[in-house]
Design a protein around this ligand. Sequence first.
Ligand code: GAR
Length: 218
Amino acid sequence: MSRRRVAVLISGRGSNMAALIEAAKQPDYPAEIVLVLSNRPDAGGLATAQANGIATAVVDHKIYGKDRAAFESAMQAELAKHRIELVCLAGFMRLLTPNFVGAWSERMLNIHPALLPSFKGLDTHKRAIETGVKLHGATVHFVVPEMDSGPIIAQGAVAVHDDDTEHTLGARVIKVEHRLYPLALRLVAEGRVRVEGNRCLTHESTPLDAIFIAPSER
Ligand code: GAR
């Protein structure tokens, strides 16, 4: 089966993008990263993509001012040029209009650094600590017009430690993200994810019985 053609959209350092690029180097991975697109010319991830021989494009939102339709049609043109089939948002920090989101319905994924639907938006690790949750983590979901919503494809959890700062907790969560996003993209690219209402059902996945309790029972 041919591999799905994927664009990764970034705004910054692109460590999740790098994790997807690494995963896609495996010959049996069902997707290839053919384009990395940034809305910021200074995004660190662009150099990483180029070093891996991947085409990059910049559609600088500042050039378009408030004209979001023009910004998005410039992005659509890049995606069309590279015959993109799936889009992965990876630290892409622009809100997208319902028009753009609708064009990529069930074909656009996002990673969010929290166990959705908790802690939508920014500063998720700080808010998790302040709220006192004992488990925190990351979510990959299909993008819908409402921010940080949409059917959840996969989640990963970590414990929150008493002495965590947003940085130490974020460091634990980003490791989850780097495993989670390649898994979620693989499932989608293999056609194993079916959306039913607000749920994603995963074809041929082994049901897990693991229980994760924090703090430890010792
Ligand atoms: C990641 O932690 C990602 O989950 C988060 O931005 C970071 C990007 O890091 N995304 C969001 O907060 C989106 N709401 P990266 O550029 O190293 O992948």
